[in-house]
Design a protein around this ligand. Structure first.
Ligand code: KG4
Ligand code: ZN
Length: 330
């Protein structure tokens, strides 16, 4: 079975072709990041216009790299939310038109579920696991068993990736901040500054707004922002944020007595999170799965992979399928 996955929920425009569940024939991504950089964040109108401009080019390139014709597509999977409404519409309209033209089934995919499903390209989904979703817009810990998902904890304010981006902005490091902080933190002293773990009513919930304010106060006290200061704050912030993620994720894994932890979302690319969670999970006899690096950010392959799961479970969308900017995991 050949599946086309289409992703346009934010600043990336992507189409991918999967053969079966495991073989990525192509995964083409056109990012509009360079267009947002001058503004220090994603500008929704620019993102949707970029997707509109790029979607057909990206689709043609995905077919060409996969070496297939359009009529060989068996299933069209497309992101239906959450995300920016204008961007979502571009992919959704394209996917619906293609499904109608080819006479092939359409399935709408939840972007958050797809980030976790990126781990199941080339690996069977475990029967029971804890999911850790860490992206630019979402942070949650979920319990997955027999195809059902339960949210155990989520952020009450900023998402983890958003916190990386905001801290980087405060330090004058540019956008997006996650990869910059990841790199810079390697040279900094992680013990230079300490940040207090906020207390939550639900111990598996997260809050990242306090640490952002703490960094703001540190910056305000400086007469000048030196490279040493930037790298020490980057290292201290990253250590605190990642340790919170790990502590809560391991707590959830112990609570539900699961052996496997599956991580997804843009922040799953973070080198310190990958090293540290792998080490600490091993010490507790747990296994941790991260997506392959090219599948950590937004991409069509993860949408195709999740679409196949849904289709095989009997889900099918019709041409009335709508975009839902606030879609959650259920
Ligand atoms: O999943 P994603 O590509 O888009 C959303 O669905 O939001 O996540 C983007 C987020 C951004 O906040 C970005 O700064 C963060 O992922 N990110 C990272 C790293 N690479 C990307 N955060 C920390 N370390 C990284 N290496
Ligand atoms: Zn994403």
């Amino acid at each position: 079975m050949i599946t086309l996955g289409i992703e346009t929920s934010c600043d990336e425009t992507s189409c991918a072709v999967l053969r079966g569940k495991d073989e990525i024939l192509s995964n083409v991504v056109s990012s509009s990041l360079f267009r947002h950089k001058p503004f220090g964040g994603v500008v929704p109108e620019i993102a949707s216009r970029h997707s509109l401009e790029q979607i057909d080019v990206v689709y043609q390139e995905a077919l060409s790299q996969a070496g297939i014709r359009a009529d060989e597509i068996d299933l069209v999977a497309v992101t239906r939310g959450p995300g920016l409404i204008g961007s979502l519409f571009v992919g959704l309209c394209f996917g619906k038109a293609l499904s109608y033209q080819l006479g092939k089934p359409l399935v709408g995919v939840n972007h958050l579920e797809a980030h976790i499903a990126a781990n199941f390209i080339g690996r069977e989904e475990p029967a029971k696991y804890i999911g850790l979703l860490v992206s630019g817009g979402h942070t949650s810990i979920t319990y997955h068993t027999k195809g059902k998902v339960k949210i155990l904890g989520e952020t009450v304010d900023d998402a983890c990736g958003e916190a990386f981006d905001k801290v980087a902005k405060l330090l004058g490091l540019g956008f997006p901040g996650g990869p910059i902080i990841d790199k810079l933190a390697r040279r900094g002293n992680p013990k230079a500054y300490s940040f207090t773990l906020p207390k939550q009513d639900n111990p598996l919930d997260f809050s990242f707004s306090g640490v952002k304010t703490a960094v703001l106060h540190l910056v305000q006290k400086q007469t000048s922002i030196t490279p040493d200061f930037q790298q020490d704050v980057a290292a201290s912030f990253q250590t605190a944020a990642v340790n919170w993620l790990i502590k809560k994720t391991l707590k959830a894994a112990a609570l539900k007595a699961v052996k496997v932890i599956v991580v997804g979302g843009g922040v799953s690319a973070n080198s310190f999170l990958r090293e540290e969670l792998t080490k600490l999970s091993g010490e507790e006899n747990k296994e941790v799965w991260f997506p392959a690096m090219p599948l950590t950010g937004d991409n069509g392959a993860m949408i195709a992979r999740r679409g196949i799961d849904l289709y095989q479970k009997g889900f099918k969308s019709d041409l009335k399928l709508g975009a839902d900017p606030n879609l959650t995991v259920n």
